[in-house]
Ligand binder design. Structure first.
Ligand SMILES: [Cu+2]
Length: 434
């Protein structure tokens, strides 16, 4: 491991990422490569130099500080093994950038000349492809095709101008199946040169990703083709995914990129929204169509936008219901209608990771105190204000509230519903409505 010291600089944007930031010693000619190991959503990285823009919020992550040198915006990515907490109770051994997986979000402005140093601290060679960016062919990052692979221990330099604004990502084009299955990916946002263009009040970004980490294991099974068991946003699974905190009346954008091996229909409750952008660019207003679910194809990005005028705690999740489940229990036989309680207890004694469905359905499992292997997330979990949420994987909550300050993303707690607006038990009269 490299030497790390506290990241003390107060004059740079890096300090705004908050406590937990550390930096690398040495390599005086290279820009700082700040390390972030926390899985908490970091405060907005306000631009302190370069051209102004409205920063994005990376869900359970943060943005990469830069330095300006001779008109170039310089970033430093370090590809390296990382430990990522997927949710409380489970840590994964992944590969990523600057201490995190996904890597930090790179934010720049249309017209910026960008220089990105990439240092390879992985045990094998790598490269970085800038997905969706229009650039000289030799900067496209396809190992063997447009450049030699970056050898272990070496640093390569990518230089290009950001010709257009939009929503992009970065990932290796080297031993791709392994490196992406291990979590190597990051978000790249190019803001419009004119801050008024496509302006929103809150702009969230995350990558939709998936792993196959067997119960009890820590390292993904990298040869898995389609049968993944851990469905994550920015390598976090419910209840580890932060809530999206929004002020009532805000215009909200959520940008999502899919680097899994299947599509994800992402559904937001309580709102209709428009699809306002893809990795190909902004969708012209007249061509935007209304949706409540947006399907994100493999290797693609989608931006959705809405005005947050409905207060509440609105579920936001992938609509493939097995993607809102955690690993433990995907191989269970259907036992609905079969009373097997005595048998299950004895089987669990013999095989600690054996799990069966309850005779009335899966929700029984929450009451059955099944032992699960260490470092493994239960299949369905989480506690809400009315009881168990019975969720996992790609699920979180958009919390829309009055009176939240601009730039404040602090969890406001659960929604207090106005009297008479919650579904209630029929007891022979219509209690709330009179
Ligand atoms: Cu999904």
């Amino acid at each position: 491991m490299v030497t790390r010291r506290e990241f003390l600089t107060t004059a740079t944007a890096g300090a705004l990422l908050g406590a937990g930031m550390v930096s690398r010693a040495g390599a005086a000619t290279l820009p700082e490569a700040p390390v972030q190991s926390s899985a908490k959503t970091q405060p907005l990285l306000m631009p302190v130099d370069g051209r102004p823009y409205n920063p994005v919020v990376t869900l359970n992550g943060g943005s990469l500080p830069w330095r300006m040198r001779d008109g170039w915006k310089e970033f430093h990515l370090v590809a390296e093994p990382v430990t990522r907490e997927v949710a409380t109770g489970m840590k994964a051994h992944l590969w990523g950038y600057n201490g995190q997986s996904p890597g930090p979000t790179i934010e720049c402005v249309e017209g910026d000349r960008v220089r990105i140093f990439v240092t390879n601290k992985l045990p094998e060679h790598t490269s970085v492809h800038w997905h969706g960016i229009l650039l000289p062919c030799g900067m496209d990052g396809v190992g063997g095709l447009t450049q030699p692979q970056i050898p272990v221990g070496k640093t390569f330099v990518y230089e290009f101008e950001m010709r257009k604004s939009g929503t992009f990502m970065y990932h290796p084009h080297a031993d791709e199946m392994v490196q992406m299955a291990m979590g190597m990916m990051g978000f790249l946002v190019v803001h419009p040169a004119d801050q008024r263009q496509n302006r929103v009040d809150r702009d969230f970004v995350f990558l939709v990703n998936a792993y196959d980490i067997k119960p009890g294991a820590r390292t993904p099974t990298v040869a898995t083709m389609t049968d993944f068991n851990l469905w994550t946003w920015n390598s976090r699974a419910f209840p580890g995914i932060d809530h999206l905190v929004v002020r009532r009346g805000d215009r909200v954008r959520i940008r999502m990129g899919n680097l899994t091996m299947t599509n994800h229909p992402i559904h937001l409750h309580g709102y209709d929204f428009v699809v306002s952008g893809t990795d190909g660019g902004w969708v012209p207003r007249a061509a935007q169509w209304p949706e409540v679910t947006v399907d994100i194809p493999v290797g693609a990005m989608r931006c959705i936008e809405f005005v947050a005028n409905e207060p509440g705690d609105w579920a936001f999740h992938c609509h493939k219901s097995h993607h809102t489940m955690n690993p433990m229990g995907h191989d269970v036989p259907t036992m609905i209608g079969v009373d097997h309680r005595g048998v299950a207890k004895r089987l669990v004694e013999l095989m600690p990771d054996y799990m069966v469905m309850g005779e009335r359905g899966m929700s029984d499992m929450q009451e059955m105190e099944m032992p699960i292997p260490e470092n493994t997330l239960p299949m369905m979990t989480g506690q809400g204000p009315f009881g168990p949420l019975e969720m996992g994987g790609m699920f979180t909550v958009v919390k829309v509230r009055d009176g939240i300050a601009p730039g404040d993303f602090t969890d406001p707690g659960w929604y207090s519903h106005p009297p008479g607006t919650v579904a209630y038990e029929w007891t022979g009269s219509l209690a709330s409505r009179g």
